[in-house]
Write a protein that binds this ligand. Structure first.
Ligand code: FAD
Length: 459
């Protein structure tokens, strides 16, 4: 999600990148003596933030070791082959690359990963009525009001933004004349972006997201072969031997240099540390000395959104339109065609639920989910339930490492909680989507990882 203050952070990144580039040039001109050659860095977390950081450091010949608790890399980027024979890959974590996501797009270009169009035309099931894409819309009364809000965002001063941060998006919409069907459509659509009801989302975050995002709200592209392709390319660049999976960091000592101890008893020493893990995981580490009070407070305050992805493999693509997605006012909430651009008779719809709906759907078994899907889809797509071949379900709300899909800044948190989490601590810099201007996106993870690496290289 696009957030405020991005200009200054992006500007910082550009300057850091220039600085890092200049270092490389001077190193080359002095007979391959690389700046920071002696510096040893440990990166905790092989999600996109940690991988981007390690890759940037490795490119400058800095000694880097990545410690990853899971048995795979990629973190919340989790590509899954649901139909091995047909080679159909679905995303159980991050899905879309936005048109505005400059760093991820540039890296895909550099690594030769094709980015395919992943935009959809949204159909609707509302009050037991199905309406095709482009045949439904917001009311003529609400559309100009929404446009005025979005246009007005650019002219808001700092104080007005702070005021906006103290009320929720649902209340702000109501206060500005959104009602009835328009309000229900906004709740259904916008809550899929934030992963919780818009009653929990700051109006500032929502308005800035919609005012600054691409036309399809960054739901534009997907990496061919799955988003895990980028993790693979990062790992090749870092060197597989420098990434240790199955290493759960349990203790960090920063007295003198850095000493990291893993659950398996292994220890690692370094001069600098990049901690690229979600806040719940940070809390499970014993820090010596302890983290500053304001950081602990911020860790305790920040919520992560509950998202469930139920991928359903069908024997036939009965929805016919490759760019099919569907918003509903029923339990499955949002469906989209997850195998667009993957040729096969078979196809996958993902049922994407958020908040309490996600918790409910996740708690049931496949048979229950099958009945639920049938109940929602069968009246409009007869026989669709019979075409179900298999399901894969992943609920992020109880993921043992993140306890949520991505961070969800609540009221008044953007200008207080986030800066506290961003601050370095002794030899440690922090990275991860929760700290980014492009918060909640792969782009944000990558940018904060590169920034953390640039901070180390700038020393
Ligand atoms: C359901 C869902 C949908 C999403 N949709 C999109 C989307 O459409 N587009 C988009 O751009 N983004 C999307 N995202 C967000 C995107 O996945 C994240 O922003 C990004 O992947 C986060 O990367 P990260 O490196 O910050 O964190 P992570 O990916 O969580 O990486 C952190 C890593 O640290 C490891 N770790 C944690 N604790 C320890 C420890 N103690 N020791 C060692 N390792 C540890 C974890 O195992 C993990 O691999 C989605 C996420 C989810 C869950």
């Amino acid at each position: 999600m696009d957030q405020p203050q991005q200009t200054s952070r992006r500007e910082f990144l550009r300057q850091s990148a220039l600085l890092a580039g200049a270092s490389l040039i001077s190193a080359r001109s002095f007979g391959n003596i690389h700046i920071g050659k002696q510096t040893r860095v440990i990166v905790i977390g092989a999600g996109f933030a940690g991988l981007a950081a390690a890759y940037a450091l490795k490119r400058k010949n800095i000694d880097v070791t990545v410690l990853e608790s899971r048995n795979r890399i990629g973190g919340r980027v989790f590509s899954h082959t649901i139909a091995p024979k047909e080679n159909l890959v679905v995303e159980l974590g991050a899905e879309w690359v936005g048109n505005s996501h400059e760093r991820v797009r540039a890296l895909c270009d550099q690594f030769g990963i094709p980015l395919l169009n992943n935009q959809f035309d949204t159909h609707l099931i509302y009050q037991n009525q199905y309406t095709k894409a482009n045949a439904w819309d917001f009311s003529d009364n609400w559309k100009p009001k929404m446009k005025a809000l979005l246009d007005g965002y650019k002219t808001l001063g700092e104080n007005q933004k702070l005021e906006l941060d103290s009320i929720d998006w649902w209340r702000y919409l109501v206060n500005n004349g959104c009602e009835g069907k328009d309000l229900i459509f906004r709740e259904l659509l916008d809550s899929t972006d934030f992963g919780e009801s818009i009653r929990h989302v700051s109006a500032l975050i929502a308005l800035s997201t919609f005012a600054e995002s691409s036309e399809k709200n960054e739901m534009d592209l997907k990496m061919q072969g799955g988003n895990a392709q980028l993790a693979k390319k990062f790992a090749e660049g870092i060197g597989d031997a420098n990434i240790l999976t199955g290493h759960i960091v349990k203790r960090i000592e920063q007295t003198g240099s850095v000493k990291v101890t893993c659950e398996n008893g292994k220890t690692f020493e370094a001069d600098k540390l990049i901690c690229a893990i979600p806040t719940f995981a940070m809390k499970n580490i014993q820090w010596e000395p302890g983290l500053p009070t304001e950081k602990i407070q911020a860790i305790n305050e920040l919520q992560y959104a509950r998202i469930n992805k139920n991928a359903i493999l069908f024997k036939k693509r009965f929805w016919k339109d490759e760019s099919f997605d569907l918003i509903t006012d029923q339990t499955p909430h949002y469906f989209y065609h997850a195998t667009k651009n993957q040729p096969s008779q078979k196809g996958v719809l993902i049922s994407y639920t958020i908040g309490e709906k996600a918790e409910l759907v996740a708690a049931q078994n496949d048979e229950w989910r099958k009945q639920m899907l049938g109940q929602t889809l069968s009246p409009y797509f007869p026989g669709s339930k019979k075409l179900i071949e298999s399901q894969a379900n992943y609920y992020w709300g109880t993921d043992k490492i993140s306890q949520g899909a991505y961070a969800m800044y609540g009221l008044n948190q953007w200008h207080t909680t986030r800066p506290a989490l961003q601050k370095p601590f002794l030899h440690t810099s922090f990275a991860g989507e929760h700290l980014a201007d492009w918060q909640g996106f792969m782009e944000g993870a990558v940018v904060t990882g590169e920034m953390a690496a640039a901070e180390i290289m700038a020393v």
